[in-house]
Design a binder for this molecule. Structure first.
Ligand SMILES: CCCCCCCCCCCCCCCC(=O)SCCNC(=O)CCNC(=O)[C@H](O)C(C)(C)COP(=O)(O)OP(=O)(O)OC[C@H]1O[C@@H](n2cnc3c(N)ncnc32)[C@H](O)[C@@H]1OP(=O)(O)O
Length: 690
């Protein structure tokens, strides 16, 4: 492999002494990088580790669930001889251990796994290397803005060569473990190498395998400090050993691994419907895909100076597609359901009977939406088990103070017991334990939650459960609702992937609206549907399907097709459902609104990015401590950071480097004006549901 890199360099036939000297130096550098990077799988060691894990994992986990059919599917894909690229979601350090372990158990070739060089911990890193780990920089370029071509070339060639040899690869496209519990916007660097290897004809095809791991309890404990904005410390050898030791003295419940259907890269790119396919066709121009493949491409980390925007879109679309599939296959574990239930339904607490009822209800709603759960058993038993794993510091039992008497008889004691309320601890920082586990469930109800939140914006706050009265008459325009839902999804695009890249956001939102209609949260005027009314509903929906696009194309913005209106079902149970759906995104919307409001600080002039983020987090925490915030999770460091990415993407703020190389942030021209900024803050604030 080392020779391949050197051969590539020697293709430049320049015999001047200076060039030869430079070449030798670069060769030395490439060789040093390669030696530091490469993995060295040692099969007997994998076998030994597999045997050891068989003994050890039983002390940590009560079970590892994996679907036999999914494993067979992976085996079949492996038997084609095509390289497999495993792309798991990243929740824990156990992810990569379990993946190789599961594959080894089923006699599937162990993959080479990209490990960030922050994991280069003495002793452990050499074990990792023999188990398939190859070390990459977390940032490709050491110096910002200056491409490290040699490093990029070595990494590119190394990965391409592994694929060429039919070896399997694994990398975490989110780039690191999630701190919030939900998937992180994917990175495109390593995936671009795989796409490029195919485009350049180094491989005839490759299977991309989205994988997800879902834990009842993660080994890592919690990410409270990081969510509070306290920087992560680099782990030392001693801490790593202590971590392993303390893990073996605890119990982490069950883990569920899910493999989504392997995707052929060739099929993905050839598919005319996928945005990847459309971009690919444009890139290929008149050339057929195979012609294009022969020509090669510069889609990767190592190519022309600037990767074309269309090429980036192709890889980005693919990465999002993979991650979307991984998230959709993720099973919901007991602890995740319980945490979600407290955050979205029972923030004020609930009796045991109420909790059991909600638990059963949410479980059935999850299954109804085609998602799986990683537990069985009756609500009471699962609730107890989940709360034990989450830890009792997250909940407090309280007895309502009235009628509390001493010396009661048995019946009284029982009744008293039934009246006791279990209250979640939503204070800082423990709320982040609940959000970490609960956020995995968000993806199940995401689009419906977006629509419920948009409903509040369309009705100018009147459709908030705080204001809504039972039996109240409230009508919303379908067109306005869909447009506001789209706006909100775009606002939260750094938080979620709303639709796979083969579909579009509009379709996903329309499907969400159908669910709300189906569940009777929204009613058409003629809800008692006779067959002719059903036909009309169909026709109306068809009309809207074209109206969205029509309206987007219309110059003056007036809708071309007649709009429809829906009546909000204000029966008590439906108000409750609306509240539940709005509650799911309320903390995030509050964080984005807080972030938008804090921009006023920048009207005084630019600030270093670090200082600005600190001041934003302080502001958000103070709101919680002063009791001003509605949701304590609104000060989540990760959400605030994402909101800044969105502000930068929307060109509300911009970044630049000072003369001393410090990254600074400032308001974009128009937003320095008070009115413009206020308009922007209001455009975020309209999604408040409190
Ligand atoms: C039985 C036995 C069991 C035991 C068994 C044990 C197994 C023992 C194994 C140990 C295993 C440990 C495993 C740990 C797990 C981690 O350590 S996770 C962390 C490390 N992994 C990753 O980060 C993978 C995903 N990250 C990436 O792909 C990132 O892109 C990279 C490669 C790290 C680079 O990140 P970056 O420097 O921030 O730069 P980024 O903006 O992403 O782009 C870099 C370049 O990529 C290219 N690029 C990026 N996006 C695109 C795009 N959309 N289109 C085209 N090109 C693109 C461009 O060339 C870009 O450069 P520019 O043109 O922008 O200058």
């Amino acid at each position: 492999m080392h020779k391949t890199i050197i051969r590539d360099c020697e293709e430049y036939d320049d015999n001047t002494g200076e060039f030869q000297l430079e070449l030798r130096q670069q060769e030395k550098l490439a060789s040093a990088i390669f030696n530091k990077m490469a993995s060295n799988i040692w099969t007997p060691f994998i076998r030994f580790t597999g045997w050891f894990l068989h003994k050890a994992l039983g002390h940590l986990l009560s079970s590892i669930q994996v679907h036999r059919g999914q494993i067979d599917m992976i085996k079949q894909a492996a038997e084609t001889g095509m390289p497999l690229v495993f792309l798991p979601t990243h929740r824990s350090h156990l992810d990569y251990i379990l993946l190789t372990f599961l594959l080894w158990n089923h006699e599937i070739q162990a993959p080479h796994v990209a490990a960030g060089d922050n994991l280069r911990i003495p002793f452990f890193s050499s074990l990792m290397c023999h188990l398939g780990g190859f070390f990459i920089r977390r940032k490709l370029d050491d110096v910002y803005g200056k491409k490290d071509y040699v490093y990029r070339a070595v990494l590119h060639t190394y990965m391409e060569e592994l694929l060429r040899q039919g070896q399997s690869l694994e990398f975490f496209i989110e780039g690191g473990r999630t701190r919030t519990g939900k998937a992180v916007v994917p990175k495109g660097g390593l995936l671009s190498v795989v796409v490029d290897a195919y485009m350049a004809g180094a491989i005839s095809d490759v299977y991309l395998v989205p994988v997800s791991f879902s834990y009842e309890k993660t080994l890592e404990g919690n990410f409270r400090s990081e969510e509070m904005g306290i920087p992560k410390k680099k782990e030392t050898f001693l801490q790593a050993v202590m971590g392993v030791w303390s893990a073996f003295r605890s119990s982490f419940g069950q883990v569920r691994a899910d493999f989504a259907q392997p995707m052929s890269l060739q099929e993905y790119l050839d598919s005319a419907e996928s945005p990847g396919g459309a971009v690919f066709s444009r890139l290929a121009g008149n050339d057929s895909p195979s012609e294009m493949r022969r020509i090669g491409s510069d889609h990767s980390i190592y190519g022309t100076d600037i990767v074309k925007e269309e090429q980036r879109l192709l890889v980005k679309g693919l990465a999002e597609h993979v991650l979307y599939n991984a998230v959709q296959t993720t099973a919901i574990m007991s602890t995740q359901l319980v945490a979600f239930m407290f955050l979205a339904v029972h923030r004020q607490g609930a009796t045991w009977a109420e909790l059991e009822k909600s638990f059963e209800h949410i479980r059935s709603e999850i299954l109804l939406r085609g998602r799986d759960v990683g537990f069985t058993g009756n609500a009471s038993a699962v609730l107890r088990h989940a709360m034990e794993l989450l830890g009792n510091q997250l909940f407090t039992w309280e007895t309502p103070s009235n009628n509390r008497k001493k010396n009661q008889n048995n019946n009284h004691v029982k009744r008293e017991e039934e009246r006791r309320i279990l209250i979640p601890n939503l204070g800082l920082p423990s709320v982040f334990d609940l959000t970490y586990y609960g956020s995995n469930v968000m993806s199940v109800f995401l689009i419906e939650s977006v629509l419920a939140t948009a409903m509040s914006a369309v009705s100018e706050g009147l459709a908030n459960t705080v204001h809504l009265q039972e039996g109240e008459h409230m009508v919303v325009s379908r067109q306005a609702l869909l447009l506001k839902a789209k706006e909100l999804s775009q606002l939260l695009q750094m938080e979620f992937i709303f639709a796979p890249s083969c579909s579009c956001l509009e379709d996903a939102v329309r499907d969400g609206l159908d669910s709300l209609l189906h569940s009777d949260l929204l009613l058409t005027d003629e809800q008692d549907s006779t067959s002719s009314q059903r036909e009309k509903q169909w026709a109306d929906q068809l009309a809207f399907a074209t109206s969205w696009e029509d309206q987007a194309e219309d110059i003056d913005g007036s809708p071309v097709v007649q709009d429809l209106s829906y009546r909000l079902n204000t029966a008590a149970t439906h108000i409750q459902k609306l509240g539940f759906l709005q509650s799911i995104l309320a903390g995030m919307v509050e964080a984005y609104w807080v972030s938008a409001s804090h921009l006023e600080v920048l009207q005084g002039g630019d600030m270093t990015e670090e200082k600005y983020l600190q001041s934003l987090q302080k502001f958000a925490i103070r709101r919680v401590e002063d009791g001003v915030a509605t949701r304590s999770e609104s000060c989540s460091s990760e959400t605030l950071k994402n909101s800044l990415k969105m502000l930068s993407h929307r060109k509300v703020i911009s970044h630049f480097f000072d003369s001393d190389g410090t990254r600074k942030v400032e308001l974009y021209g128009g937003y320095r004006d008070n009115q413009e900024l206020t308009r922007f803050i209001d455009s975020v604030g309209m999604f408040k549901t409190w």
